[in-house]
Design a protein around this ligand. Structure first.
Ligand code: ZN
Length: 408
């Protein structure tokens, strides 16, 4: 039976939570932090290649900003209480949007600047009910690979298709191929934007899903009050659905932030805005990835790729030198130079699901080699560092996502 990411996370020392820190707040341990680093590195590279402009924005902003965005009116119950700075209230950000729009508004934009795709890996804080908190999948502080696409009405269809293609590429790059697209339509009651606008946007979303060769389900009335959206939902080890990628129209914020661009007619126009996240939440994506691989990550992603095991303390120095040689090749290595016996060391690294163990005793040292034990293939015999380097080259590339220009 497949395991829950919380169990694997504890066994592999990937993350924990602490009552002392607070409910729903995740501590990524070194092994989990490496995973997040690799995800983010991939994400940032792919975004820049695909003509997104990278930004960094603060974690808090003035109450006024959240009044402008409408968050204090519509979203306050999901926000943490404000902090007081110099007699003014500041809120922790539940979303990155207002900051990205402020970047957009910092200069006069022309139709020639559009589409402008502003991206950030931004950590947001939302007050989720304590009963709903779960591992890495529902937390109170999480990190979005967030972006806002600001474009002209003529560009919007192409941008939605491009964003969906990009998110499918990212999910598939990590081997996640089981997901369900939902198109969420206009909610009952209060909403912003004309009927025609909603119809047009909903059609654009449906068309994008179909043009990607997928079938969608309709989430009737499941759109936000400000526009319809596409959600890609993935499954966890228990078969539960979790929303990951999302692409959302916004008929509300361009007006609220008075966003403008100068059109080819020389007049000011209001641009279209699309919110989108591909992993969705990096923490949630990590949870699904842990469960997808059951902790047996491909070599490029494994938190510790190689364990060096000196058989006895007399072999420790040789082991440490081997570790340094491997680290100089950019590999992630741990040496166990404790006094415990070899079998226990092997058991420990098996539990941590380390792909390769390199074992060195008298025989190996004499020949300037080490014995290689692969998690997948068992004992592979003795190798020297050069033959080992050749041997793992292919394995290191296995399953490693390549950056592509999704637009092409
Ligand atoms: Zn947004």
């Amino acid at each position: 039976m497949s395991k829950d990411h919380r169990k694997i996370g504890a066994e592999m020392s990937l993350f924990s939570k602490s009552e002392g820190v607070g409910p729903g707040l995740v501590l990524l341990h070194p092994n989990g932090a490496i995973l997040r680093y690799l995800l983010e590195q991939f994400s940032q590279g792919a975004h820049i290649l695909n003509d997104y402009q990278w930004v960094y924005t603060p974690h808090i902003g003035r109450a006024e900003l959240w009044k402008t965005s409408g968050h204090l009116e519509h979203y306050k119950e999901s926000m943490y209480n404000p902090v007081n700075i110099d007699g003014e209230e500041y809120y922790l950000k539940p979303m990155n949007c207002p900051f990205h729009f402020t970047v957009y508004n910092s200069e006069i934009r022309s139709y020639r600047d559009l589409p402008m795709r502003i991206a950030e890996i931004g950590t947001v804080y939302r007050y989720e009910l304590s009963g709903t908190l779960n591992g890495l999948t529902r937390v109170r502080g999480f990190t979005q690979d967030d972006a806002h696409i600001i474009c002209t009405p003529e560009q919007v269809e192409r941008e939605v298709i491009f964003a969906l293609k990009f998110s499918l590429y990212v999910l598939r790059a990590f081997g996640l191929t089981e997901f369900k697209p939902y198109v969420s339509t206009k909610p009952e009651g209060k909403s912003i934007g004309s009927e025609e606008l909603w119809d047009m946007a909903t059609e654009v979303l449906k068309k994008a899903v179909v043009s990607s060769g997928l079938e969608y389900e309709i989430d009737e009335g499941g759109g936000a009050f400000y526009g319809p959206k596409i959600d890609l939902k993935l499954y966890d080890s228990l078969g539960r659905e979790w929303q990951c990628s999302t692409i959302q129209f916004d008929f509300n914020l361009p007006e609220r932030f008075q966003m403008k661009y100068v059109g080819s007619d020389g007049k000011n126009h209001t641009p279209y805005v699309i919110h989108r996240a591909l992993f969705g939440s990096v923490e949630r994506f990590l949870a699904l990835l842990i469960e997808h691989y059951q902790g047996d990550f491909p070599l490029w992603l494994a938190p510790v790729q190689f364990a060096v095991i000196p058989i006895a303390p007399a072999h420790n120095e040789y082991g440490r030198k081997l570790e340094i040689s491997l680290k100089k090749m950019g590999l992630r290595v741990k040496t166990d130079d404790s006094g415990i016996n070899m079998k226990e060391k092997i058991r420990y690294f098996e539990l941590k699901k380390v792909p390769y163990m390199l074992i060195a005793g008298d025989k190996e040292i004499k020949q300037n080699t080490f014995s290689v034990r692969s998690r997948k293939h068992g004992n592979l015999g003795m190798m020297d560092i050069h033959s080992f380097q050749d041997f793992i080259r292919e394995d290191l590339e296995q399953g490693k996502p390549k950056y592509i220009a999704a637009e092409e």
